[in-house]
Design a protein around this ligand. Structure first.
Ligand code: HEM
Length: 426
């Protein structure tokens, strides 16, 4: 286990706990010591090697043969027998999707499913997103106070996600609850009792995904990305497999909406706590694209991602054995002073903000990044225009304890409706 720079099992390494304490408050700050002194350390509590510096994480993302993504959706917490049995009773068989598939299968599949993500195919969606945001805003703009998460920021991304996927908008509240269960199941540390409850929700989510798939198969010319995947499954079943379809149906609903909902909530929180930046964006909307990137860098919604070493390899001066599991804390990379000048400073004018690793990097980089960016930009365009006097209410922020997905459970904001530049019906 020897590293060049001291023993990787230092006291701080042993004390590292991503499910509570400093990491839950601010994952980047919580790993400042690691970036400075032990950039790659072994966490015995997790059974993972934690990687904290920008260059090391980018090197791992770049080489997905040495660092396989196959553990990306593995359960972080070993599952109790009861929970396993509960999952099995639903026929739960979550398997490879895209994000956790090795080469060469991954690239073949990614290429077969790329069209819908091309910028020219996304552009027409922007005005639909705007209409949706406006409609939700009309409902709250005269109220003076709102929890943005509850009243805007989960529902819009979920609606956009289902529309993009071509999945019928049946029961959004249930889907939201299922998504939270999936996050806890994959990246959380549930107690044995919670495990059982979570297992039942995830099992129901799995069956729901199967039913939706059946319904969609019956409509072969249907719209959206999942319909395209179903057609590809018929044309090239060895590339877009049956198992992929069912696993992806479940995983993508979460990937496409929770990530964006959290990123948007983090963005509003960050901008409203840096009032000068908010006021600048209100005065000059052309600042919005870079402000969005800086928010994704400074307070991203995915804060850590995983890989597994397929051979013994050295990283950041530490020798890793074959099979080493890596937790790459991208939030830490995003605040690494070795790459970003005064990295802990929020600066919407930063010229390399876009270098952040919140969408991953390399051949698995997030396919939905431009959809997420587009939604976040539209949120800002609409809010800075219609509620420039928005302010954050004093509140305690709470987060769902897990290693990877991060966004506040609630985000209370207030404003004086008498000062609204536009009324409910602009
Ligand atoms: C992969 C983050 C939104 C679809 C990923 C990965 C991350 C990520 C970290 C893994 C990258 C890697 O291994 O290098 C995010 C964040 C989002 C977001 C932070 C919002 C702010 C979306 C949306 C969609 C989406 C809206 C779809 C509509 C995907 C897909 C992959 C992926 C399909 C797998 C790509 C592959 O393995 O080839 N995302 N994502 N994501 N994301 Fe996203």
């Amino acid at each position: 286990l020897g590293g060049e720079k001291g023993c990787p099992l230092s006291e701080r390494a042993m004390a590292f706990d991503p499910f509570e304490g400093p990491y839950q408050v601010d994952p980047a700050e919580a790993l400042r010591w690691a970036r400075d002194d032990e950039p790659v350390f072994y966490s015995s509590k997790l059974g993972y090697w934690v990687v904290s510096r920008y260059d090391d994480i980018k090197a791992v993302f770049r080489d997905n043969l040495t660092f396989s993504p196959r553990i990306a959706l593995e359960k972080m917490t070993p599952v109790s027998r009861e929970a396993q049995e509960a999952l099995a009773s639903y026929g739960y068989a979550m398997n490879r999707t895209l994000v956790n598939e090795d080469e060469p299968a991954h690239m073949e599949r990614r290429r077969a499913l790329l069209d819908h993500f091309l910028p020219e195919n996304l552009l027409p969606r922007r005005e639909r997103v705007r209409a949706l945001v406006r409609e939700r805003m009309d409902a709250l703009v005269d109220k003076g106070r709102a929890d943005l998460v509850q009243e805007m920021l989960w529902e819009v991304p979920l609606t956009v996600a289902l529309d993009f996927l071509g999945v019928p908008e049946d029961d959004m509240e249930t889907l939201r609850r299922f998504s939270v269960a999936h996050t806890v199941n994959t990246w959380g540390r549930p107690t044995p009792e919670q495990q059982l409850e979570v297992a039942h929700s995830v099992g129901r989510f799995w069956q729901y995904a199967g039913k939706v798939l059946e319904k969609m198969r019956a409509e072969p010319d249907g719209p959206g990305w999942m319909h395209q995947a179903i057609r590809r499954n018929a044309e090239m079943p060895e590339v877009v497999t049956d198992s992929y379809l069912h696993s992806m149906m479940m995983a993508i609903i979460v990937a496409a909406h929770e990530t964006t909902a959290h990123a948007s909530a983090n963005m509003f929180r960050t901008l409203l706590t840096h009032r000068d930046a908010w006021d600048d964006v209100c005065a000059d909307p052309s600042l919005i694209p870079n402000a969005v990137e800086e928010c994704l860098r400074y307070a991203g919604s995915v804060v850590a991602w995983r890989r597994e070493a397929t051979r013994p390899v050295e990283l950041g001066g530490v020798r890793l054995p074959q099979g080493a599991k890596l937790l790459m804390v991208t939030a830490s990379a995003n605040q690494d002073d070795r790459h970003f000048e005064e990295a802990a400073r929020f600066d919407i004018y930063r010229d390399n903000a876009v270098d952040h690793l919140t969408f991953g990097y390399g051949s698995h980089q997030c396919m939905g990044k431009n959809i997420a960016r587009m939604e976040m930009r539209v949120f800002l365009e609409e809010f800075t225009r219609r509620l420039p006097h928005l302010r954050l209410e004093p509140q305690e922020f709470t987060y769902l304890p897990n290693t990877s997905f991060r966004g506040p459970d609630q985000l209370w904001v207030a404003w004086d409706p008498a000062r609204n530049p536009e009324r409910a019906q602009p």
